[in-house]
Design a protein around this ligand. Structure first.
Ligand code: BV8
Ligand code: ZN
Length: 254
């Protein structure tokens, strides 16, 4: 059944389900940060970067071929994120986590805005741009490396530093993969917010949750490959729908 009530009006059936369910898996994508002014992953390319394809730059091959170009791209994205603040979507998830202790937030985003908003139970499925690590020895390095070489070099082995994110063709960190799979297999609610549901294995979590009997809810102003199988599609922005869900749960549990 696909409910598409007017923005921020949840059907009573969905509201009751959200109030009664304890185990939630919330999967977020770059649409959650849109209201913070951070461009989504696919439309992140403006100006200087317009001629590059994000998916082609976010790979080990691109970094090996042109480390300075890829480093500069991440420095540009870091500059956008530095000007951004969490938005009502991020804060609604903090409130939901306070009312639903068994809520697991799995984020594909690397912008660190969930952490800055105050979410605690976060699985960083694709890493985090606010950290660097050495491309060669893997040591995690602090963000303000010395020297002005681009990329900076590792203090341990002299290799190039890279952002501590998961590139296309790289494996998801084992601990993140296990935590997300565990949450998906136990989920009563799977809430997919602001993601095109096109990148795997993150996009496969919805199928795992559905197999475990979870109610699948999607929040997105556009349709995605998940929309056809979701139990509820809430058509509209995360910064409208997530506060509405948080208030429905708050009223329901009070
Ligand atoms: C792996 C970090 C194996 C870097 C990212 C064919 C089939 C299946 C899989 C593959 C395949 N071919 C290749 C693969 C594998 C590949 C993949 O899935 N490719 C896709 C493109 C087909 N996956 C991988 O490579 C993964 N690794 O498979 O490893 C392996 C195993 C063992 C050993 C070695 C290897 C790794 C994938 C991780 C890539 N890294 N990010 C960086 O950020 O620079 S992914 C990147 O895309 C971001 O993390 C982003 O979050 C993510 C997903 O994008 P979305 O978040 O969905 O953002 P997008 O812009 O696409 O969409 C935004 C959505 O928001 C839209 O729907 C829009 O409508 C909506 N929206 C807009 N405004 C709002 C909104 N929603 C709500 N409110 C709003 N206001
Ligand atoms: Zn090193």
């Amino acid at each position: 059944m696909t409910a598409s009530p007017t923005p921020t009006t949840l059907s009573s059936e969905l509201a009751e389900r959200l109030v009664s369910a304890e185990r939630w898996l919330v999967l977020t994508g770059s649409g959650v940060s849109a209201a913070s002014g951070v461009p989504t992953f696919r439309d992140a390319q403006t100006g200087l970067w317009a001629k590059y394809d994000s998916q082609a730059l976010a790979t080990p091959g691109a970094f090996r071929a042109n480390p300075t170009l890829v480093w500069d791209w991440y420095e540009w994205r870091r500059s956008l994120i530095a000007q951004a603040d969490p938005n009502p979507a991020h804060y609604a998830l903090v409130e939901l986590e306070g009312m639903k202790p068994a809520l697991t937030l799995v984020t594909q985003n690397v912008d660190g805005l969930h952490q800055r908003a105050g979410s605690k139970s976060i699985v960083e499925f694709h890493g985090n741009i606010v950290r660097n690590r050495c491309f060669d020895c893997g040591v995690v390095a602090d963000l303000e490396p010395e020297g002005d070489s681009r990329p900076p070099t590792c203090g341990h082995c002299g290799g190039f530093l890279r952002p501590d994110v998961v590139w296309f063709g790289e494996a998801i960190p084992q601990t993140a993969l296990e935590a997300a799979a565990h949450a998906a297999n136990a989920a009563e609610i799977f809430l997919s917010v602001g993601t095109a549901a096109a990148v795997y294995p993150a996009a496969g979590l919805a199928q795992a949750a559905a197999m475990a009997g979870a109610t699948i809810v999607e929040i997105n102003p556009e349709r995605t490959p998940l929309s056809a199988t979701a139990d509820y599609v809430l058509d509209g922005p995360a910064a409208s729908w997530l506060p509405a869900i948080a208030s429905a749960v708050r009223e329901g549990v009070s």
